[in-house]
Ligand binder design. Sequence first.
Ligand code: SF4
Length: 379
Amino acid sequence: MKEIGIYIHIPFCKQKCFYCDFCSFSNMEKYITKYIDALREEIRGWKEKLKAYEIKSIFIGGGTPSILPIKEMDKIIDAIYSNFHINKDLEFSIESNPGTLNKENLVYYLNNNVNRLSMGLQAWQDIHLKSLGRIHNKEEFLKNFLLAREIGFENINIDLMFGLPDQSLKDWEETLYHVVQLNPEHISAYSLKIEENTVFNELYEKGSLNLPSEELDRDMHHFAIDYLSAYDYKHYEISNFAKKGKECIHNQIYWKDKEYIGFGLGAHSYFNKKRFSNTKIMEEYIDNIHKNISPCAFEEIISKKDEISEYMFLGLRMIRGIVIDEFKDRFGFNPYDVYGEEIMKLKKQGLLYTDEKSIRLTRKGIDLSNQVFVAFLLD
Ligand code: SF4
């Protein structure tokens, strides 16, 4: 059987964080039951199409999946298990906001095959959590992290952000210090980006957001890479670090340009040489599903050229880079046949490292990764 990953989007949040442009809403709880019922229908509708596939990873993300009442989460998990074949080594992740976890939902997750818990901490200092618009403080995070461990979670990710307004390098070092003391299996560390239609964007345009300089932002990333590697966290993707064997299977499906299906509002899929995504409008999503109309709002056929480009720039996000033999197995030729000139140019600029087995980003290439990725677009 072929393997595939599935993503389920839960677009509800208690409060919208000031930096967030994800497809997520606060004060929309009245839609929860209708939404979950539609989601179940959408999942059921894929039973036939996925009958030759085995689910290798499930990722319930959002939004805030942990906001859902247990009976609603139960409907989702039941729909997945009753419609699809599940791989025996399934990775099953749930994203959570530390302000919405408790003994009841944690025990339920663990008893229902969730074997990877992702917790959005973002920063250690309450002052930063407050300025990001997070609903939790450090104490709540700590209490729920320890509770999750006590209940039996053996694979926990902690999401962090750096480059925050008024954040110093010392604050970031302190965040990493405390997180490492907790010994989670996985850490994600993303640089804050100011996105349109967010509170932070408004503040930024008014000039009232004191962001660290680009240089400091880069120093923070470099510090994380060096510090975490000293504690046996393997830097395996630009923004992701894991203890041995704990690299996220689901995210590697994206970076290895493999197939996945996204269910729910705004969810993206890559299947049968097509990329497509659902509407981001709640009423439209629910209505369409009930009328048996596809909730798909965007679809793109991926040509061979697109596939090669995507394979390159997604693959280069991983620190192991592009493995030449894997590229040959997939496309039937050597990456140098298409990109020989670009690769040599980027190598000369100190952005790529190459040997007979692989092509990888250098540290400078990690800093300037977007510049590298653009070079792999094919006309
Ligand atoms: S909890 Fe997550 S999804 Fe919800 S608003 Fe905050 S960052 Fe966005």
